[in-house]
Design a protein around this ligand. Structure first.
Ligand SMILES: *Cc1c(COP(=O)(O)O)cnc(C)c1O
Length: 401
C-alpha cells in the first residue's frame, strides 16, 4: 500500500518541525560563532553568556537576565529565589508541559492547579483567588503556545496577597501583553532554549529575566552552588550554568528571532484564512489571539471537536502530514501527582482541551505549498471524519458544563 495515494502521484511529506531548513539559512554565522568559542577554550559561562544575558535583557526589556541549564532549571531556581520551599503551595495551570508542575514539586512545594480559559488555554485568572490559602507562596502563569496569560487580574491578586508571579514564558519569548514583553510581566520570567522553542539552542539551555537586582544576584549564586565569589558559599545551590557554545549559537539566532516570529504569525494567519474558507468550521476551531496580545505561535493549535481529534490526527499522519498533541494528559491526571488528590473532573476545560487540541506545523521556514498540503489533508480528514461521526462523549461533557 502506498502511503500517499492522493491522485496518482506521491506527495512530499510535511514535517511537524524542520530545524534543518532553519540551519541552512544561518549555517555560516553559526559556524563562525562556534569557532570563536573553540578559539577561546572557555566553555562554561564566560563572555558569550554575559553578552547573551545582556542581549536577552534588551530584547525582553528587563534589567537583568541570568542564564542557566534549562527552562526547567529556570523555574526551579526562580521558585527558590522567591523563597518557595517545602510545604508551600504554588498555583499554576494543569494544561502545560510537565516541567511547570515538576519544578514546583522539585523544590518541595505543592502544585495547586486552577482550570484554563478554553479560548486561550491559559490559566483562568478568575479562578486564582479561590485557590489561595495561607500556604500559597507564588503563582506561575504559563504563556502556553506563545500567547501571554491575561495578567492584569493576576497583578491585582499579586498585590492584594503579596504573592510573587513567576512567568513560565518557555514558549513565549517575544510575546507581548499590553505592549510589554513576556518575562517582565511578573517578578521573574523563565525561558527555555530547548531546540524546538522559538529561540532554540544546540541542546538544553534556559534563562531568567527580572527587574529586581537582589533576585538577579541570588539567581547568579544559586546557579553556581551558592558561591558569591572567592569560594564563599552563602547557601547551597546547583550546578546549572549555560555553556558558552550554547550562548554563541543563541546569540546568532536571537538576531533572527523577530523575523522568525513574524513569519510564524504570517503562517498562522494564512492557516486561519484557509481553514475559514474551507467550510470545516463546525468541526475545526482556529486559535484565538486575545485583544492587546502579540502571539508568537510556538504552536498553532486547533480544536477538533465532536470527539474526532484522534481520527483526524491519524489520517493526517497516514498521509505524511506532521501534527501533534500538546498536551494529551492534563497534569492533575499524571500518575506522579496522585498524591495531590485531584479527581479527573476537577478541571473540565483542561480535560476537554487535552481531548480536542491538535497542533499543525508552524515553523518559520514552512512553505506555502507545504501549508496548502496540510490544509488539504486536514480538511479531507475532518470532512470524512464528520461523515462517519459517532456519538461524542466530549460534546455531552461540554453541554453539561
Ligand atoms: C519547554 C518548557 C519547559 C521546560 O523547558 P526545558 O528547557 O525543556 O527544561 C517548561 N515549561 C514549558 C511551558 C515549556 O514549554
Amino acid at each position: 500500500m502506498p502511503t500517499f495515494s492522493n491522485v496518482g502521484f506521491t506527495q512530499e511529506p510535511v514535517p511537524f518541525i524542520d530545524l534543518v531548513a532553519q540551519y541552512q539559512t544561518i549555517r555560516s554565522e553559526v559556524k563562525q560563532a562556534v569557532d570563536r568559542v573553540f578559539e577561546t577554550q572557555t566553555f562554561v559561562l564566560g563572555d558569550e553568556v554575559n553578552l547573551l544575558e545582556a542581549e536577552i535583557s534588551e530584547y525582553c526589556d528587563a534589567r537583568y537576565s541570568v542564564a542557566c541549564a534549562s527552562g526547567t532549571d529556570a523555574l526551579i531556581l526562580s521558585l527558590l529565589a522567591v523563597g518557595v520551599g517545602p510545604g508551600d503551595e504554588v498555583i499554576t495551570s494543569p494544561f502545560t508541559f510537565f516541567a511547570t508542575a515538576g519544578a514546583i514539586h522539585r523544590v518541595g512545594a505543592i502544585p495547586r492547579f486552577v482550570d484554563i480559559d478554553p479560548t486561550t488555554y491559559n490559566m483562568n485568572p478568575d479562578l486564582v483567588e479561590a485557590a489561595i490559602t495561607e500556604k500559597t507562596k507564588a503563582i506561575i502563569p504559563v504563556h502556553i503556545f506563545g500567547q501571554c496569560t491575561d495578567m492584569e487580574p493576576l497583578w491585582r491578586i499579586s498585590v492584594r496577597h503579596n504573592l510573587p508571579i513567576v512567568e513560565d514564558a518557555c514558549q513565549a519569548i517575544g510575546a507581548e501583553y499590553q505592549g510589554r514583553r513576556a518575562g517582565v510581566l511578573g517578578t521573574l520570567g523563565c525561558f527555555s532554549f530547548f531546540p524546538t522553542k522559538n529561540l532554540g539552542g544546540a541542546g538544553d539551555g534556559g534563562i531568567i529575566t527580572t527587574d529586581d537586582a537582589e533576585l538577579a544576584a541570588r539567581l547568579k549564586r544559586l546557579r553556581v552552588h551558592g558561591d558569591v565569589g572567592g569560594y564563599n558559599h552563602v547557601e547551597v545551590g546547583f550546578n546549572s550554568r549555560l555553556d558558552s557554545l550554547q550562548a554563541a549559537v543563541l546569540r546568532v539566532k536571537l538576531r533572527h528571532l523577530e523575523a522568525w516570529s513574524d513569519q510564524r504569525r504570517r503562517n498562522a494567519d494564512r492557516y486561519s484564512a484557509l481553514l475559514q474558507e474551507n467550510g470545516v468550521a463546525d468541526t475545526v476551531e482556529i486559535p484565538v489571539t486575545a485583544n492587546g496580545h502579540r502571539h508568537v505561535f510556538n504552536q498553532y493549535t486547533l480544536r477538533i471537536k465532536d470527539g474526532l481529534r484522534d481520527t483526524v490526527m491519524q489520517q493526517m499522519r497516514d498521509k505524511g502530514v506532521g501534527c501533534a498533541v500538546y498536551y494529551p494528559i492534563p497534569l492533575h491526571m499524571q500518575k506522579c501527582f496522585d498524591y495531590l488528590g485531584y479527581r479527573p473532573e476537577d478541571f473540565p476545560e483542561s480535560n476537554l482541551a487535552a481531548q480536542e487540541v491538535l497542533s499543525l506545523p508552524i515553523f518559520s521556514e514552512l512553505t506555502e505549498q507545504q501549508q496548502d498540503r496540510v490544509v488539504e489533508v486536514l480538511v479531507e480528514a475532518a470532512s470524512s471524519a464528520t461523515l462517519l461521526k459517532i456519538p461524542a462523549p466530549q460534546e455531552q461533557l461540554r453541554r453539561a458544563a
